[in-house]
Design a protein around this ligand. Structure first.
Ligand SMILES: Cc1ncc(COP(=O)(O)O)c(C=O)c1O
Length: 438
C-alpha cells in the first residue's frame, strides 16, 4: 500500500514538480519525507547522509531541537508582520545582534528572503548611494565581478554571474558587468610564484587596470570571499580579498562581499572576511543564517552608505524604495536567533578539530590516481577528477546512503558544521570507496 502511494508521489513529482537546477528529462525522483541530524530519509525509509548540507544551508543538520523550539515559541506570538514602517521585535533583536557580530562598522541590516535578493539589494543600494552621496557620481552604474562567479538567479544577480550554462542565455537583458578572471589557487602557471600567489598578483593587477580606466563608471566590485562554491569550489589565494579592499579604497569603488555560501562558520571563521580582517561595504548573508530552516537573507552595510539614504531636506527623496513581503519575517528571525545561539555555544570552538580531521582524511583521499587536484577551506573539501566521473560517484554514494550533489568533473563535501565524527567518516569512507570502484 505504502509502496504504491510512494510510486504515486514519484509520478506526481515527475509530472508536476519542476526542480531547481535539475535537467528534468533524466530526473529520477528522490522524495524526502523527514530528516534528523545529518540524515535525510526518503518516503521508503532509506537514509542518506546530507553531505552537501541541503545545498549549503543546513549548517546544523536537521530537526535541531533548539531551532525547532525557537520557531514554535515564536509561532505562539506572531508568525509575521511587515517590515514597511514597522517590524517584529525579534527582527529588531536580530539586526542588533548581526550588527554586533559583523566586521568593522557594518551596522545597518536590510532583510530579504533569499541570497539572490540580498545581492540585488547590495547592487541597488550601491548604485543609489552614488546618486545621492555627498559628492554624487551618477556615472557609477556598472559592476565588476569575477570569472565563473555565481551570485544568484534574479536578473541583477544573473548579470553578475560568470557561468555560461547558467547565465549566457540572458545576456540581452542584463546590466553591464566588467569581468575579470578569478584568481584560482589551482593555476600557478601564469607566474613562477608558488601556491596561486602569481594568480593573485595577476588578478589584482587586472582589477587595477580596469579601475584605472573605468573606476568613475563602476559602482561596486562584487566577490564571493575565499571560495566560489558554484564555480566548483574555486578557492582564491589568501590575501586576494584584502587586495581587493585596498583597490576599492584607492579607486573609490564599493566592495560587496557575497557570503551567502561561505558566511557563518563554513570557512572555519564566523565570516570569510574575518580571515583577512576585511570590512566590505556590503556583507550579504543567507543560507546558514537560519541554518536553512526558513528563507531569510540580509544585506548589512555601513553608516557611510546608510546615511546617504536619509533625507536631509524636506524636498529630498533619498529613501531606498525596495522591499519584500517577507522581509524581517518573525519566524525566520527566531530561527536565525537560535542558530546564532548555537554558533555561540561551542559550535565554533569545535570546528578547528573537525576541519583538521577532514583535512587529514581528504589528503588520503587525494592520493587516488583519479584525483587531479584537491583543496579544502574550512568545512568545504573538493577534488577535481581526471575523468568526468562525478555523477557516477554520486550515484554510487547514493546507493550507499550518502547524498553528494553530483558534478561531472568534481566531487565535494560540505556537510553540516555539527556533523558527528561517525557520520563525517562514513561520508569520507564512501567517497574513498567510490574512487576505487567507479
Ligand atoms: C555565493 C552565492 N550567492 C548567492 C546565492 C543565491 O542564493 P539563493 O539561492 O538563496 O537565492 C548563492 C546560492 O547558492 C550563492 O552560492
Amino acid at each position: 500500500m505504502n509502496s504504491s502511494k510512494n510510486d504515486q508521489l514519484r509520478e506526481w513529482d515527475r509530472a508536476h514538480y519542476w526542480h531547481s537546477f535539475t535537467p528534468m528529462a533524466g530526473y529520477e525522483p528522490l522524495v524526502i519525507a523527514r530528516a534528523e541530524g545529518s540524515t535525510l530519509y526518503d518516503v521508503d525509509g532509506n537514509a542518506y547522509l546530507d553531505a552537501a548540507s541541503s545545498m549549503w544551508c543546513a549548517a546544523l543538520g536537521h530537526g535541531h531541537p533548539r531551532i525547532n523550539a525557537a520557531i514554535v515559541e515564536q509561532l505562539g506570538k506572531m508568525a509575521h508582520c511587515t517590515s514597511l514602517g514597522m517590524g517584529a521585535d525579534i527582527a529588531v533583536r536580530l539586526a542588533k545582534r548581526l550588527a554586533d557580530l559583523a566586521p568593522g562598522d557594518l551596522q545597518h541590516v536590510f532583510y530579504s528572503s533569499d541570497g539572490s535578493s540580498a545581492v540585488e539589494v547590495a547592487m541597488k543600494q550601491a548604485l543609489q548611494y552614488w546618486r545621492q552621496c555627498d559628492s554624487p557620481r551618477t556615472n557609477k552604474t556598472k559592476y565588476l565581478a569575477f570569472g565563473q562567479a555565481y551570485h544568484g538567479d534574479t536578473i541583477g544577480a544573473t548579470a553578475l554571474g560568470g557561468i555560461g550554462r547558467y547565465h549566457d542565455a540572458f545576456a540581452p537583458v542584463l546590466c553591464e558587468v566588467i569581468r575579470v578572471a578569478a584568481p584560482d589557487s589551482r593555476s600557478a602557471k601564469s607566474s613562477p610564484l608558488p601556491g596561486g600567489e602569481g594568480e593573485m598578483a595577476r588578478a589584482l593587477s587586472d582589477v587595477r587596470t580596469v579601475l584605472e580606466s573605468q573606476a568613475d563608471t563602476i559602482a561596486a566590485i562584487v566577490v564571493e570571499p575565499r571560495v566560489q562554491c558554484a564555480a566548483g569550489m574555486l578557492m582564491h589565494p589568501p590575501g586576494f580579498l584584502a587586495g581587493l579592499r585596498k583597490l576599492c579604497d584607492e579607486y573609490d569603488v564599493l566592495l560587496v562581499a557575497d557570503e551567502i555560501a561561505v558566511g557563518l562558520g563554513r570557512t572555519g571563521k564566523l565570516f570569510a572576511c574575518n580571515h583577512e580582517d576585511v570590512t566590505p561595504d556590503f556583507l550579504c548573508l543567507g543560507k546558514h543564517l537560519t541554518a536553512g530552516y526558513l528563507p531569510m537573507a540580509v544585506t548589512i552595510t555601513t553608516p557611510r552608505v546608510y546615511n546617504a539614504f536619509l533625507n536631509r531636506e524636506p524636498t529630498d527623496d533619498n529613501t531606498f524604495w525596495h522591499g519584500h513581503t517577507h522581509s524581517g519575517n518573525a519566524l525566520a528571525a527566531a530561527a536565525a536567533m537560535a542558530t546564532l545561539d548555537e554558533f555561540e555555544s561551542g559550535l565554533m570552538d569545535e570546528l578547528p578539530a573537525k576541519i583538521a580531521h577532514l583535512n587529514k582524511r581528504w589528503r588520503e583521499i587525494a592520493t587516488s590516481p583519479r584525483v587531479k587536484h584537491s583543496r579544502q577551506c574550512g568545512m568545504i573539501a573538493a577534488i577535481d577528477l581526471h575523468e568526468p566521473k562525478g555523477q557516477a560517484i554520486a550515484s554510487y554514494a547514493l546507493e550507499r546512503g550518502v547524498w553528494l550533489r553530483g558534478r561531472d568533473d568534481l566531487v565535494y563535501v560540505m556537510p553540516p558544521l555539527n556533523i558527528d565524527a561517525t557520520d563525517l567518516d562514513r561520508i569520507l569512507d564512501v567517497v574513498a570507496a567510490a574512487l576505487q570502484k567507479i
